[in-house]
Design a protein around this ligand. Structure first.
Ligand code: E4P
Length: 218
């Protein structure tokens, strides 16, 4: 399963990129606004920090003509860029157009399998199924992910199911079990994935025994 970091913070992208295991970055208008920097500048810097990554950058218009202009502008900045499009009628129309032009898309704000089917049929590269926001409302966000993975596999769509709005490592475990293609999450959630108390205590013991014996590698 691919891992993306969900952030506009350049220090966070740099840190995640250094691990060598992160496949891309997702941003959204909220995350970009938080940086206090111009959109293009942030996105291009992210591309530079993660040169092999898929970098999602979102359109903000909701009428088709302006959405198309924005999408063509954003995608012209760097070939790594994946145009992020909200799942509204004009968004699906836009994804169909961008698919015909060979421009990669990430359909965002997907909460149901029927929405996901529309995105898959339009040729979305990624279908961003949000889980945390559903959990926040007392339902199980992973239900739609499981059904969407089944739907994509059953009908042989090329779209990758991207689990978004991931809040903790349990969401990652459930994404793996569901067979999702990608999960995107904040840096702090990725950092939590390294952690296990027995790793810490085990390492402490190894090093204490080694030092007590006065050993050295060199
Ligand atoms: C994904 O692309 C979104 O930017 C993100 O996962 C939303 O997460 P949130 O629900 O924690 O804001």
């Amino acid at each position: 399963m691919k891992l993306f970091v969900d952030t506009g913070d350049l220090d966070e992208v740099k840190k995640a990129a250094e691990w060598g295991v992160i496949d891309g970055v997702t941003t959204n208008p909220t995350l970009i606004a938080k940086t206090g920097k111009p959109f293009k500048e942030v996105v291009l810097k992210i591309c530079e920090l993660m040169p092999e990554g898929a970098i999602s950058a979102e359109v903000v218009a909701t009428d088709y003509d302006t959405m198309l202009k924005e999408a063509l502008e954003i995608s012209s900045w760097n070939p790594q860029i994946v145009v992020k499009v909200p799942l509204i009628e004009n968004g699906i129309k836009l994804v169909s157009t961008l698919t015909d032009k060979g421009i990669r898309t990430n359909v965002t704000l997907v909460f149901s399998v029927s929405q996901a089917l529309m995105a898959a049929k339009a040729g979305a590269t990624y279908i961003s199924n949000f889980v945390g926001r559903v959990d926040d409302n007392g339902a199980d966000g992973m239900d739609a992910v499981r059904d969407t993975v089944d739907m994509v596999n059953t009908y042989g769509f090329d779209s990758e199911v991207l689990v978004a709005s991931v809040r903790h490592p349990l969401h990652v475990l459930e994404s793996i079990r569901a067979g999702a293609h990608v999960a995107t999450m904040p840096l702090k959630t990725l950092e939590m994935m390294f952690k296990h108390p027995m790793t810490d205590s085990g390492l402490e013991r190894f090093l204490a025994d080694w030092n007590k014996a006065g050993l050295s590698i060199f």
